[in-house]
Design a protein around this ligand. Structure first.
Ligand code: PLP
Length: 428
């Protein structure tokens, strides 16, 4: 049996940092990443056969838990029929129909293979459709690692303290305006300064790459008004929140708070692929028809709409569309956050948390942060100690305080209770 440490050393010889995505490396919290050998339901097992209750869920996609029988069956059948055709299939239509049925702001979508690709394509389309270059994004929001969006992003970058990435030419980044999240005055100033020059505003409506921060309702309302006034496309990055915080995504949550609310374009990933590489971007027909082969905006992909990935996504969406699915998931997620908060209170540890649907966040702070600066000001040292105390007790939380957490349908009340009991020991 290889140990996690032996595997990590071997990995570092052939893969930079030993990982294929930076935050997996545990650099923020220190220690050795766990090399996972298998997963079932709410649990992961590492190379040393230690079991963990999984609150990462592959960073969001595994909303049904691992190894759901209907999903595995769909994937196995699809694989037997062919891994990739590079030609259209009926299943792509079915998946597009299933997504569009839950997202009334979109009339059409295109399937791609990753959230990064979807965000990058949405951005190009927004620029092509408006004939404008400038874009707005918010500090602490992550939209994948396309050059123009890798400007003061959160997630792994925040972890490593890089304000931006090397290798992004200033000429590319200069069209990206970065504003503080939830700051109405800064938003108004940016729209005034760049009147009718902004192609789009891209936002995580509930930000999950600076832990868990909601866009306030007055902020979202004003954002919608300014975009409509100036002909700027409002792009919701729902790669994390889509089919996760509610069946209709974060936009359904905001539609409940702001009557008639709709973004102009949306980006999805993670849950819609159910654990396979699949993502999508979409909007109204007039914008989407600017894409090749109909229009002048080029976008393509060898594996886009892959038959196995679409089967996995479809099976996942079918399961989560069952009545009461989200109510039950939200209830368990709330129970987790309330349990952790109560345990922290008993130990007199400053702590607060929030959740929506099956997505949650918590902070070692007295009040919920409203922007990236406030997230950065929470107690990182305490978070790191808590992370390791929980990991030792078999609870797998995101290895950085800038990440949201996820509960799946496979997590039982007993799992939540056991996690809260572990947290009680950790806080003490
Ligand atoms: C994960 C994520 C992305 C990037 O998706 P990948 O599939 O990792 O490329 C983009 N935006 C948000 C909000 C995300 O959470």
């Amino acid at each position: 049996m290889s140990t996690n440490q032996a595997l990590f050393e071997r990995a570092q010889r052939v893969i930079p940092g030993g990982v294929n995505s930076p935050v997996r490396a545990f650099r923020a919290v220190g220690g050795t990443p766990r090399f996972i050998t298998r997963a079932q339901g709410a649990y992961l097992w590492d190379a040393e056969e230690k079991r963990y209750t999984d609150y990462i869920g592959s960073w969001g996609p595994m909303i049904l838990g691992h190894g759901h029988p209907a999903v595995l069956d769909a994937v196995q059948r699809a694989a037997a029929e062919g891994l990739s055709f590079g030609a259209p299939t009926e299943r792509e239509i079915e998946l597009a129909e299933a997504i569009l049925a839950q997202v009334p702001s979109m009339e059409q979508l295109r399937l791609v293979s990753s959230g990064t690709e979807a965000g990058m394509s949405a951005l190009r389309l927004a620029r092509g459709a408006t004939g404008r270059s400038k874009i707005v994004k918010f500090e602490g929001c992550y939209h994948g690692h396309a050059d123009a969006l890798l400007v003061k992003a959160g997630s792994g970058l925040a972890t490593f303290g890089h304000p931006t990435s090397a290798g992004v030419p200033p000429e590319v980044a200069q069209h990206t305006i970065v504003l503080p999240y939830n700051d109405v005055a800064a938003l108004e100033a940016a729209f005034d300064a760049h009147s009718r020059q902004l192609a789009c505003v891209m936002i995580e409506p509930i930000a999950g790459n600076m832990n868990f921060v909601r866009a306030g309702v007055p902020f979202m309302k004003r954002l919608r008004e300014l975009c409509s006034r100036d002909g700027t496309l409002l792009v919701f990055d729902e790669v994390m929140t889509g089919f996760r915080v509610a069946l209709g995504g974060a936009q359904a949550v905001y539609r409940g708070l702001i009557p008639g609310f709709q973004p102009d374009m949306s980006v999805f990933g993670k849950v819609i692929g159910g654990g396979m590489p699949l993502a999508a971007f979409g909007g109204k027909k007039d914008v989407m028809s600017q894409l090749a082969p109909l229009g002048p905006v080029y976008q393509a992909g060898t594996l886009s709409g892959n038959p196995v990935a679409t089967a996995c996504g479809l099976a996942t969406l079918r399961e989560i569309a069952r009545p009461d699915f989200f109510e039950a998931l939200a209830q368990r997620t709330r129970a987790l956050v309330q349990g952790l908060s109560a345990a922290a209170r008993e130990a007199d540890v400053p702590f607060c948390g929030d959740s929506e649907g099956g997505m949650f966040g918590f902070f070692f702070a007295r009040a919920l942060p409203q922007d990236y600066g406030a997230v950065m000001a929470t107690d990182k040292e305490r978070f790191n100690r808590f992370f390791h105390a929980m990991l030792d007790r078999g609870v797998y939380l995101a290895p950085a305080l800038y990440e949201a957490g996820f509960v799946s349908a496979a997590h039982t009340e007993a799992d939540i209770d056991a996690t809260v009991a572990s947290a009680r020991e950790a806080f003490a």
